[in-house]
Design a protein around this ligand. Structure first.
Ligand SMILES: Cc1cc2nc3c(=O)[nH]c(=O)nc-3n(C[C@H](O)[C@H](O)[C@H](O)COP(=O)(O)OP(=O)(O)OC[C@H]3O[C@@H](n4cnc5c(N)ncnc54)[C@H](O)[C@@H]3O)c2cc1C
Length: 386
């Protein structure tokens, strides 16, 4: 569809073209195999870094591109349309650890960690969830206690995207004490690196989709963390994490738009090639209506995403807006990928064609960075206060 490119600035158009060319050369031809093998391709980190795609939102002084949100989300859509696993690596890195460091890190932390992250020399991960603390993330139990200038950390983080290859993990860890529990105000953010003694990458999840994105547990066993690795103010880590998730949820919405676009385009092309009853199935109104509904919902999600991104850049976001965007885009992606399988018929149900992968990849967008139910809670609260 042409209108997706209609209102872009010259710079945005160039970013889309660069991302599309990169995806065509380095990602799309390998996606099916990486999915089959659950293979994360580490060379992509440097390649994306060389393009500037791992520092898109970061200031130029830290080797970022200093772009506005829409440009970043356009690039992310292109990568997601080729491979949602690569897109989640890019989204987490650009939205969560780097944004938190940029907003709340010290100058020394930014020079040491942020600039190499922007260049693609260090991949970022974000460790908030635990096995018993998902939607209720303030219930985390991973615990730090002071020892001189250092912190000693024990506990296990769950579901850490890119955890196998991350050079920097921003982890939310309790710094309150067992006899003075403060829920969300007892959590601090730390910069962890895999070289810290007591840091172990543990179980890798065997997932339904996003199989080329490694999702792991991280175990901290008496891990000694230097005091200068804390980000910002003690006890503010949960608030920082929630603020970073505003970027993160826009990233997941862009990922959803990318997956849905790939599924729509595959269905549209299949419908014009596949013949039944002596004619292309695209000529049946039943199929045309499906394609019409898919195209309409896809355009609506993208428009909502770009509108929300512009509001974020101008600093005029209203509560609930980012959640609306994430909720609508992720449910749209699940619906479109389901329709795409229907348009493919039996061929949609086998691994020879990509739509079953799009369907498996789409599902998680309704779960991570806040489930659809959690987004509805946030939106519901926001609209009832208006
Ligand atoms: C592939 C993948 C990658 C991930 N990557 C990361 C990562 O990099 N970093 C990270 O920190 N986390 C990550 N996560 C974790 C993710 O954010 C959590 O899975 C998510 O927040 C949901 O938590 P949960 O799985 O514990 O589900 P639960 O919180 O147990 O929820 C189960 C169900 O109950 C519903 N529910 C819960 N509370 C309510 C309520 N109050 N009202 C109504 N319904 C409710 C939920 O919506 C859901 O349907 C990842 C998860 C996956 C699957």
């Amino acid at each position: 569809m042409i209108h997706e490119l209609r209102d872009l600035t010259e710079e945005q158009f160039a970013i889309v073209a660069t991302a599309r060319a990169f995806a065509d050369e380095h990602v799309r031809p390998f996606s099916a195999q990486w999915d089959r093998d659950s293979h994360f391709e580490p060379s992509l980190i440097k390649k994306l870094g060389d393009l500037g795609f791992l520092g898109m939102l970061l200031p130029v002084e830290y080797d970022g591109l200093g772009l506005e949100a829409k440009s970043y989300l356009l690039a992310l859509e292109e990568i997601a349309a080729a491979d949602a696993s690569v897109a989640v690596m890019m989204s987490v890195h650009n939205s969560l650890p780097t944004q938190m460091l940029n907003a709340f890190g010290t100058e020394a932390q930014k020079r040491r960690f942020l600039a190499p992250m922007a260049r693609g020399e260090l991949l970022g991960a974000f460790a908030l969830s635990e096995s018993d603390a998902g939607s209720d993330a303030s219930a985390i139990r991973c615990q730090a206690r002071r020892e001189g200038d250092d912190w000693i950390v024990d506990g296990t983080k769950a579901w850490v995207t890119s955890g196998t290859h991350a050079g920097v993990v921003i982890a939310m860890i309790r710094t309150d004490t067992p006899d003075d529990r403060r829920r969300s105000k007892g959590i601090s953010a730390f910069i962890l690196t895999p070289d810290l003694p007591g840091f172990t990458v543990a179980k890798k999840e065997d997932k339904m989709g996003l199989r080329a994105s490694p999702t792991v547990q991280l175990v901290f066993d008496g891990m000694r963390v230097p005091g200068d690795r804390m980000i910002g103010v003690e006890g503010q880590g949960f608030i920082y994490a929630m603020q970073s998730l505003e970027h993160g949820r826009l990233g997941i919405a862009a990922q959803s738009v990318g997956i849905a676009r790939a599924a729509f385009e595959a269905a549209r092309d299949h419908a014009s090639e596949r013949k039944q009853f002596g004619q292309p199935i695209a000529e049946f109104q039943g199929i045309q209506f499906k394609l019409a509904d898919m195209a309409t919902r896809l355009s609506a999600a993208r428009a909502l995403l770009h509108m929300t991104a512009a509001a974020k850049d101008r600093g005029v976001l209203v509560p609930g807006e980012v959640s609306m965007c994430k909720l609508f885009a992720s449910e749209m992606a699940m619906w479109i990928t389901t329709q795409a399988i229907q348009v493919f018929g039996g061929y949609g149900y086998v691994k020879e064609y990509p739509v079953e992968r799009y369907f498996r990849d789409a599902k998680v967008t309704e779960i991570y960075e806040g489930t659809s139910e959690v987004q509805r809670i946030i939106i519901g609260r926001a609209v009832s206060k208006e």
